[in-house]
Design a protein around this ligand. Structure first.
Ligand code: KG4
Ligand code: ZN
Length: 339
């Protein structure tokens, strides 16, 4: 195909209804509707509420994406959709919508893996992904280190969290500190006015698994520290706790990622997923990669958290790579893996 393919991408794996339009590797539109406010009082995403919100937001969000991009239905060459992993009911809404659009427009359908899309989105900001690269994938549901020879194909997992995902740890610690859900951005903000060296929180190590992560000990250590302060009747220095916790997470993630690059002799690191929006993780990764001679690639923060552009970005790459489209009975797979 000489003309760059125009791909409509639909994302509904969790609480964001994302609709993106991408031409080749050019971002044309990134429309988002979030049901996060509806979940906030429960302290976590309520699947049934998320599914219903996707259903209501789908059509207006698709229409907004087309208006923002200034393109029409007939310009679309393919439809890409997150097939998994994620919440079953939420995924189903996106997959059903994508099938309907594919049939109505008579265009091919591409089911994509949400985790691969978190990595592929970087191409919209920084050009073609270097292959192979090491990917550090850190979101609300996943934390893993991967060797990625080709983001449209299979990847080699090096390690992952053995308990909480990095984003989950941010959300749980935020709760302990009385900050709103989802906690990551609030901790990031509070940490700016805090001292990252104020409290020496533990850096969890997984025995015999140098590329794996554990965050439950850290989370418990933060909770214990805060409880002890409260018992003593002292004020909780929220900014210092946030900064010290964030430092522990960023330290562990970047240390393991740089080690993976070094051990594998791969000089490119891509960081993706919601936690990749974290300012301290980005700064520390930049510093450590520069010291180690590794080229770091991070999508802009807006594209790190869930969105439709990442799905369109991977879909466009699949079209350009002549990958076979998905059948129209493509299932939503809540437990879809990368390997
Ligand atoms: O990738 P994502 O939008 O959804 C999943 O696929 O899970 O990631 C959401 C996670 C949440 O846990 C949220 O607290 C975290 O990403 N997050 C952050 C930041 N922005 C979002 N964590 C730390 N710092 C941030 N700035
Ligand atoms: Zn995600």
């Amino acid at each position: 195909m000489t003309r760059q393919p125009l791909v409509l991408g639909i994302e509904t794996s969790c609480d964001e209804t994302g609709v993106g339009l991408v031409r080749g590797a050019e971002l044309l539109a990134d429309a988002l509707a979030s049901s996060v406010d509806e979940h906030a009082r429960f302290g976590g995403v309520v699947p049934e509420v998320a599914s219903r919100a996707h259903l209501e937001a789908m059509r207006p969000t698709v229409h907004r994406a087309f208006a923002d991009a200034g393109v029409g239905w007939s310009d679309v060459d393919a439809i890409a959709v997150t097939a998994g992993p994620g919440l079953a009911g939420a995924l189903l809404v996106g997959v059903a919508a994508a099938k309907a659009y594919a049939v109505a427009l008579n265009k091919p359908l591409y089911g994509v893996n949400h985790l691969a899309a978190h990595v592929a989105v970087d191409r919209l900001a920084n050009g073609d992904l270097p292959e192979p690269c090491i990917a550090l994938l850190v979101s609300g549901g996943h934390s893993s280190l991967l060797v990625v020879p080709d983001v449209t194909g299979t990847v080699e997992p090096l390690g992952q969290t053995v308990d909480d995902a990095a984003g989950e740890a941010f959300d749980k610690v935020a709760r302990v500190l009385g900050l709103p859900f989802p906690g990551g951005p609030h901790i990031d903000r509070a940490a700016r006015d805090g001292d990252a060296n104020a409290i020496d929180f533990p850096r969890g190590v997984v025995r015999d698994a140098p590329y794996s992560f554990t965050f439950s000990g850290l989370k418990t250590a933060v909770a214990r520290w805060v409880e002890a302060k409260a018992r003593a009747g002292d004020d909780i220095p929220i900014n210092d706790v946030a900064a010290s916790f964030q430092e522990a997470v960023a330290d562990v993630l970047t240390r393991r990622a740089v080690a993976a690059c070094r051990d594998r002799g791969i000089d490119y690191l891509v960081i993706g997923g919601g936690v990749a929006a974290n300012s301290r993780l980005r700064a520390l990764a930049a510093q450590r990669c520069a010291d180690a001679g590794i080229t770091l690639r991070t999508p802009p923060p807006r594209l790190c958290t869930d969105n439709g552009a990442m799905v369109a970005a991977l879909g466009a790459l699949m079209v350009q790579s002549d990958i076979e489209p998905s059948p129209l009975d493509l299932p939503a797979d809540p437990a879809l893996t990368l390997a």
